[in-house]
Write a protein that binds this ligand. Structure first.
Ligand code: PA5
Length: 426
């Protein structure tokens, strides 16, 4: 069962001319993906990569649901603290729940660090009805630690010292790390973050699924969607992540297209953009290699960056995500519409969005700019799980093609160390 379609035709020479990939070039690029595909299969067989074994697991979801229910019962507000991969997966899933999710608790992801914003939150929060989920695989990330310390101090200042153990929950690696030590000192519960699971690959673990369950999402379906894509990779050499990796790496290496504009045309898919940016940038931006990911959003960015995309340097490849059935939203009745907007008469908002999506694709093709299209029939947990797994496996295969390690982030770690050194020496 497939929960999305990837259409690469608009990246091919027979559609956009010499800017596109010929059959021969695509064949060569596909051949280059096969060692990455084999790498994934070997690590599935050995069980070494939790990313590949999580989708088929179900037994852990029962206890995770229990924890989510407890948090829901005791909270008006849930704050998820964490940086990068410890936050973006959950945020991406939140977009699925956003519109239906008016009931308690409200979930906020405090990913960025800003003293002013933080103080504003503190002014409005009812701490005795708030639960704080602090996520840090390493347990050593300064921004997350700073937030945790500030909240602990706020609880103490509010005379809520005795509430702390029940109102904090930590997700961090086993073993010796400062976040774990702090959790023990506070008497707060800890869920283990699998040390073999990288932050940006962790959305199908408790990192993404605990917030998802609190928001009322179906964690099983998220994993089922992910499993469908993994199965494709395990069973077929001509799988969708490999096809995507072939086009992107070939566009970058052979055609010098080192920018990938990632542009969903649906608010429920919009948070995939920042998540994908981090996934692709941290995984592939190494040794002078990688494609620069740019998150855009349709149709709003048609009134912003589109001018550059269509008429600026022809050095990009576009990843467009379309909701295939956007026929929702208000319908505009004929008598309300004046002559200039006659084309809107009787149309729904969704129909206009759909028209803009496919018109943009045609325009890109007309400007000989390669675009790949992802079409989703229904935006739900199944398709979201499938899309996220697609992009993670595609990125791993690209890492293998580009000969970079898609799992480390040496420059990020260097940045963390430099900040600590700066404060120590100031
Ligand atoms: O994807 C990654 O590995 C990073 O973005 C990390 O998630 C981020 O730096 C936070 O690290 P940690 O979870 O150790 O606090």
């Amino acid at each position: 069962m497939k929960f999305y379609r990837q259409d690469l035709e608009r990246c091919r020479e027979n559609v956009i001319g010499v800017e596109g990939l010929s059959d021969a070039a695509f064949g060569v690029a596909m051949a280059h993906t096969q060692s990455g595909v084999t790498w994934i299969r070997e690590n599935y067989e050995s069980g070494k990569w939790p990313l590949l074994t999580l989708p088929e697991q179900r037994q852990d979801l029962e206890s995770l649901s229990g924890i989510a229910d407890l948090i829901k019962d005791q909270s008006k507000t849930v704050l998820v603290l964490g940086m990068g991969g410890s936050s973006l997966g959950g945020q991406t899933l939140q977009a699925l729940a956003a519109l239906e999710h008016t009931a308690k608790p409200q979930v906020f992801f405090l990913e960025n660090l800003d003293g002013h914003t933080f103080s504003q939150h503190l002014k409005t929060l009812e701490l005795d009805q708030t639960t704080i989920i602090a996520i840090s695989k390493s347990g050593r990330t300064a921004e997350t630690a700073m937030q945790v310390f500030a909240f602990v101090a706020a609880y103490r200042a509010a005379g809520l010292q005795d509430e702390i153990a029940a109102r904090f929950i930590f997700i961090t690696s086993p073993g010796d790390n400062p976040m774990r030590t702090l959790a023990a000192e506070l008497g707060a519960p800890v869920l283990d973050h699998d040390p073999a699971l990288g932050g940006r690959y962790s959305v199908f673990s408790s990192v993404g699924l605990l917030p998802a369950l609190i928001m009322g999402l179906d964690a099983r379906s998220l994993r089922t969607g992910a499993q469908s894509v993994l199965q494709d990779v395990l069973e077929s050499d001509d799988n969708e992540p490999a096809r995507g990796a072939a086009v992107l790496s070939s566009m970058a290496e052979a055609n010098g297209r080192r920018t990938n504009v990632f542009m969903p045309y649906a608010d429920r898919l919009a948070r995939l953009g920042p998540w994908y940016v981090q996934l692709a940038a941290e995984s592939l931006g190494k040794d002078g290699k990688g494609l620069t990911p740019i998150a855009a959003r349709g149709p709003k960015d048609q009134h912003s960056a589109l001018q550059l995309f269509l008429d600026g340097p022809n050095n990009k490849v576009f990843t467009i995500l379309a909701d295939k059935h956007p026929h929702d939203g208000p319908q505009i009745f004929g008598e309300l519409v004046n002559k200039e907007f006659a084309h809107l008469a009787g149309r729904t908002m969704g129909e206009l969005v759909e028209a803009e999506t496919y018109a943009l694709l045609n325009t890109l093709t007309g400007h000989r700019r390669p675009a790949r299209l992802f079409e989703v029939d229904k935006i739900d947990e199944l398709s979201m799980g499938a899309l996220m797994m697609h992009f993670m496996l595609e990125t791993i295969i690209m890492g293998n093609v580009l000969a970079v390690n898609p799992f480390d982030q040496p420059a990020v770690e260097e940045g963390k160390k430099l900040a600590a050194d700066y404060l120590l020496n100031k």
